[in-house]
Design a protein. Structure first.
Length: 131
């Protein structure tokens, strides 16, 4: 549940990001104010996403991995097969977040430091979204 919480905390802002991204593609919704709003949403999304998905999520995963593999109660109450299955599905989401973490790090560098990273172009191709 800890990893679900980490994911759901970032979800509402990510939904606004996706809506703003699609709005940029529409002729009626791509004015200067909408473009500025998109940049604000993009930066806020990156500021929230990176700590939760790159730091808090893996820390929770490490804690749960330790508990599933080393704690006496898990060894006693949960069969090894289930523990390994839970570990597998638990680590898929943080691993799948890596490209987005890299994308948002590149966006922060672009907007806050004025650096235009090649990683953004690579992430566009990987994620399949126009940034």
């Amino acid at each position: 549940l800890m990893l679900i919480l980490v994911g759901e905390i970032t979800n509402p802002l990510f939904n606004f990001y996706l809506i703003a991204q699609q709005a940029k593609l529409l002729e009626c919704c791509n004015g200067p104010m909408a473009q500025q709003l998109f940049v604000i949403i993009e930066v806020l999304c990156a500021i929230i996403y990176i700590p939760f998905r790159a730091v808090i999520g893996p820390a929770a995963g490490i804690y749960m991995t330790y508990n599933l593999l080393a704690s006496k109660s898990a060894k006693t109450n949960v069969p090894l097969g289930w523990r390994l299955f839970w570990l597998l599905i638990m680590w898929v989401v943080p691993a799948a977040s890596i490209p987005y973490i890299q994308m948002y790090a590149g966006l922060l560098k672009k907007h806050l430091l004025g650096e235009d990273e090649d990683i953004i172009v690579a992430q566009e191709a990987f994620v399949g979204q126009e940034l």
